[in-house]
Ligand binder design. Structure first.
Ligand SMILES: *Cc1c(COP(=O)(O)O)cnc(C)c1O
Length: 417
């Protein structure tokens, strides 16, 4: 028994055995990490990042050379024409909201082709009533469900024939659903079909949790604009908040006009000391995503060996950093999350309990002992207390810390058997 964090030899051996089986998969993750590191370093070199870019502005934030250069670096890394990368975005949801309100006008129609979007967007769109929703401005909304974990091409194309659609939203990561996340190949196929017959439709991709997992970005396979959070993959655990919108220049400009004010747009926005953190976060991001992936693969392998259903399985192609463990009973889900919290660097003495959350039907348990509030690139795990009792685990700033978290979580479920 390890005295300090109390993990039994049995658990340690179980996990070490898994690690030996996962060698090849870990090597592949390292290869992808190297490619992404090249991308980041090349972008830093292209724009000659130097100490002047760590500047900060206050007040209006006019002429912020660091901010403007960081946006070029992000665009380069993401393969897009342009990018808006700001600390004024509160979250990924906020950036998605800014984009939706930037491109849609009264009478326009928004279509989601990956089923019902992420929970926090329901009030934004007006799926759940809200007096400030898109719906309240007269924007129409419809959605088409996935079919067998893939786009329903036929239904999507026939919908577009019969309705004027201004904008399409695609959410890659599964959110709190049981579907699989959507790969870049699936995106490429549907986007090219849509663009062939309807080139004018704006295709926006919610890319949360997916950056640096696959080689190409949604923009590189034809999407017009994509959105992600900096307290997830691209912030590398260093960015203290913020999000990005990347894509076609005119769409990025429009998002700027909406984020601040018409007429001022991207020219304003003080950086208040965040520039260096954004650069450092992006620099670390390939490794942090790799650590998160290894942590997810390890959990998938070990928990499957313990008899639980997992999604994705350890050797499946991954699209995002999220690992589902389907516990089948509430006790194991709760103990697993509690174990993750116990091995966290922050608030390790807090014991998470299932709780009512605004916007959720069921109680939710959340483990997040993170440096940054709500950061889910740091090891975190949560799940609604409803059948089949699925844990959504993601993140891991370094693999050793991720592994410790998984070991402690396993220890907690085993201990109660
Ligand atoms: C995290 C996430 C968001 C945005 O969440 P925030 O917590 O607002 O940053 C949106 N969509 C998906 C699929 C996500 O995973």
């Amino acid at each position: 028994m390890n005295e300090k964090i109390e993990i039994s030899d049995k658990t340690v051996e179980l996990v070490q055995k898994s690690e030996r089986d996962l060698k090849e998969i870990f090597e592949k993750i390292d290869e992808q990490c190297e490619k992404n590191s090249w991308k980041v370093l090349n972008a830093f070199h292209k724009y000659q990042i130097s100490e002047v870019h760590f500047n900060e502005t206050t007040g209006y934030g006019y002429g912020d050379i660091g901010r403007d250069t960081i946006e070029k670096v992000f665009a380069e890394v993401l393969g897009s024409e342009d990018a808006l990368v700001r600390g004024q975005f509160i979250s990924g949801t906020h950036a998605l909201t800014v984009a939706l309100f930037a491109y849609l006008r009264p009478g326009d129609r928004l279509l989601s082709i990956s089923g019902t979007p992420y929970d926090t967007l329901h009030e934004v769109i007006g799926i759940t009533e809200n007096q400030s929703s898109l719906k309240s401005f007269g924007i129409l909304y419809d959605e088409i469900d996935l079919k067998d974990n893939d786009f329903d091409d036929e239904k999507i194309l026939s919908y577009l024939e019969n309705h004027p659609v201004k904008m399409i939203e695609i959410q890659r990561s599964k959110g709190y659903s049981t579907r699989k996340s959507l790969s870049i190949h699936q995106l490429e196929r549907i986007i090219s079909k849509i663009k062939k017959s309807h080139p004018e439709v704006i295709i926006m991709v919610d890319n949360c949790y997916c950056e640096f997992v696959e080689e190409k970005t949604p923009i590189e396979v034809g999407a017009d604009v994509m959105v992600g959070s900096l307290i997830k993959n691209l912030g590398g655990g260093i960015a203290p908040n913020g999000a990005y919108i990347a894509g076609k220049k005119e769409l990025v400009e429009l998002a700027g006009e909406r984020l601040t004010c018409p007429g001022e747009g991207r020219e304003v926005g003080p950086t208040l000391g965040i520039n260096k953190l954004f650069l450092q976060g992006l620099f670390f991001a390939p490794s942090v995503v790799a650590s998160s992936l290894k942590t997810a693969v390890l959990a998938s392998h070990v928990l499957e060996k313990l008899g639980y259903q997992v999604e994705p399985r350890f050797d499946e192609e991954r699209v995002d950093i999220v690992q589902n463990i389907i516990f089948g009973n509430p006790e194991d889900l709760i103990h697993y999350c509690q174990g993750i919290q116990m091995a966290s660097p922050i608030d390790s003495n807090a014991i998470p309990e299932p709780w009512d959350m605004p916007g959720y039907q069921d109680k939710v348990i959340m483990a997040a002992g993170a440096f940054t509030q709500g950061s889910s690139i740091e090891l975190s795990c949560d799940g609604p207390i409803r059948s089949p009792y699925i844990a959504y685990m993601q993140g891991g700033l370094t693999y050793p810390y991720g592994k410790l978290g998984v070991m402690k979580a396993i220890e907690e479920i085993q201990k109660t058997k």
